[in-house]
Design a protein around this ligand. Sequence first.
Ligand code: GDP
Ligand code: MG
Length: 296
Amino acid sequence: MWEQQLAEIRKGNNKTLARCISVIENEVSGYEALLQALPSSDIPVIGITGPPGAGKSTLTDALIGLLVTRGKNVAVLCVDPSSPFNLGALLGDRIRMSEWYNNPMVFIRSLATRGSLGGLHPKIIEISDLVKTAPFDLIIIETVGVGQSEIEIAGLADVTIVVMGPESGDEVQTMKAGLMEIADLFVVNKADRPGADLLVKNLKLMFHIADKNALPVPVIKTIASQKEGIQELVETILSLLDQNSHNDKRTWLLAEKAWHLIRQKKMNTLTKLDIKKQIESTGKDFNLYRFIKTHY
Ligand SMILES: Nc1nc2c(ncn2[C@@H]2O[C@H](COP(=O)(O)OP(=O)(O)O)[C@@H](O)[C@H]2O)c(=O)[nH]1
Ligand SMILES: [Mg+2]
């Protein structure tokens, strides 16, 4: 049923890709068959997360620029309600981005978070797998680092980049352990502002204290708005991707994605009302733990 569309997507037809993303996003009937028809793909996914205003979108913009001049095709999925990729952003940002909207080597799609602050789009795993069908060299997913989203992005991306600005200096002290754990690479953006060097120093120290034996997590300084440090960033991303091909990170990512989808599926079909009815049919002598063992 979906063979024709998938063939178009494989050829680089971005209009068909956009339409099929909507099919998945809206759970249009037949979307599960579309997912089951997806070929396997090893196009790398780069996750970019961090606090709002750290410069993730500006950095993404600079990354696209450098990659395109190197002849790479890039897809960007953006799950950030405040992003310039979305409507309602600053006019200047939108004009800057419009350059990419008309470039055939670049595909940008914003995904609404449906009211939730931060958090990944409920279909981000499926949508990124669909995008991996198209002939891109790299897929970038930008998510705002609020709540759980930064943890979940790590289960989706081959390389996870955490972006911070010098104003995040105090946050580093209290930074959630989760954020440190997921970072394959740290970017200290807005290096044109005071405090950047101190933040770099503190981050390096923190990683050293956390695990003296692990490979150090690279910390890179950028000025995204002036496209400074972008080349070093790209080189570091490529070398991290190369490392992954020598370890079992890819299989871990698949396991992580499977785990999320299985959990989502199970919980979708299970309601508290169903459980209540089952409890009622159990009768007087009710034991919660025997009940769970029998039914689940
Ligand atoms: N001074 C300075 N400002 C920057 C830099 N990078 C981004 N900005 C500005 O910071 C603001 C937030 O950037 P944005 O990319 O939207 O951040 P996001 O919320 O993390 O995606 C914008 O006004 C950018 O122009 C930088 O390296 N230096
Ligand atoms: Mg943004």
